[in-house]
Design a protein around this ligand. Sequence first.
Ligand code: SF4
Length: 331
Amino acid sequence: MDDRTAPAGRYPRDIGLGAVRHDWTREEVRALFDLPFPELIFRAQTIHRRHFDPNEVQISTLLSIKTGGCPEDCAYCPQSVHYDTGVKAEKLMAVDAVLAEARAAKSAGASRFCMGAAWREPKDRDLDKVCEMVAGVKAAGLETCATLGMLTGEQAQRLKAAGLDYYNHNLDTSPEYYGEIITTRTYQDRLDTLEHVRDAGIHVCCGGIVGMGEGPEDRIGMIATLAGLPVHPESVPINMLVQVEGTPLAGTKALDPLEFVRTIAVARICMPESVVRLSAGREDMTEETQALCFLAGANSIFYGPKLLTTPNPGRDRDMALLDKLGMRPMD
Ligand code: SF4
C-alpha cells in the first residue's frame, strides 16, 4: 500500500498490507477484527484486487457420494450417527452415477467438482472406487476435490496419482474451542491429515465454521491458525453454521451477519493469495450480506440446491445475484 492509499494514522498501518506471511500473531489478527468496518473492508478489497479480478467468482459443486452414518460426533453435523436428524445412512454411490452428476455440473457452469463422503477415514476398498471417480471427473474436464475424512500419507498419494487436485479438510474452529465441537478426533489429527495432503502435492482446501457459539477469540484463533500453516490453503471455505434440528448446535444464538463479513475480510487479508469461499449458510443470507462478503474478498461459492445434506440457493438464484452485481464465474 503506498502513501496515497494508506489509511489515516488512527489505525495500525503495519498490519494487513498484503504481504504473504505465515507468522500472524493473534494480536495482529485481533487488531484486524477490531478495525472500523469501512477500514477493514477497504483493506480487504485493496488486497483482493492485487491478487484477483474482483468481479470473478470461482464456482464449485459439491456432491455427497456417501451420506450419513458417520461415526464422528461433530456437533454441527446431521450426518453423525450420534444425533437423530432424520438423515439416513447410504452406501457409497456408484462410479457411473457420480460421473453423470459431474457432467451435469460442468454443463451448469461449475469448474470444480467436490465429492464428500461421511467417513472418519476411508477404507482402502472404498478408496479404490473414489480413485476411479476422481479419474473420471478429471477426464470430464473438471478440477477435482474430495473430502473423505482423515487420510494416511499413502492414501493421499493414491488420490494424487488418480488426479485429485484439492482435498478439503477443515480445522473448523480455534484449537481451544475444538473440544466443544468434536470429541472423536483431535486438532492434531486434522493437522496431520493436512500435512499428508500437502506432502502428496494435492492442493489444500481448509477453513472453518462460525456461528457455533464460539467467541471472538475463537474466530481470531481459527484465522491465525490457518494463516500460520506452512503454506496457506489454496482454498479457504468460511461457513456460517446451518443449524439442523437434532444436532447439539440446534438453537445456538445466531451470529451477527456483519461479524461473518468481518471474518471473511480478515481471512482475505491474512491469506491474500487464497481463494476464500463463501460456503455453507448462504441459503439464509440476504443478497446484501452475500454482496458484502464478495466486497470483503470472498471469491468462490458452491453452486446447486444442496450442500451435502443442507439447503443451498438454487442455480437460478445465484445466477440472478451474480448478474445483479455484474459479477461472473471464473474460468
Ligand atoms: S462433519 Fe464429516 S466427520 Fe464430522 S460427523 Fe459430519 S460427516 Fe462425519
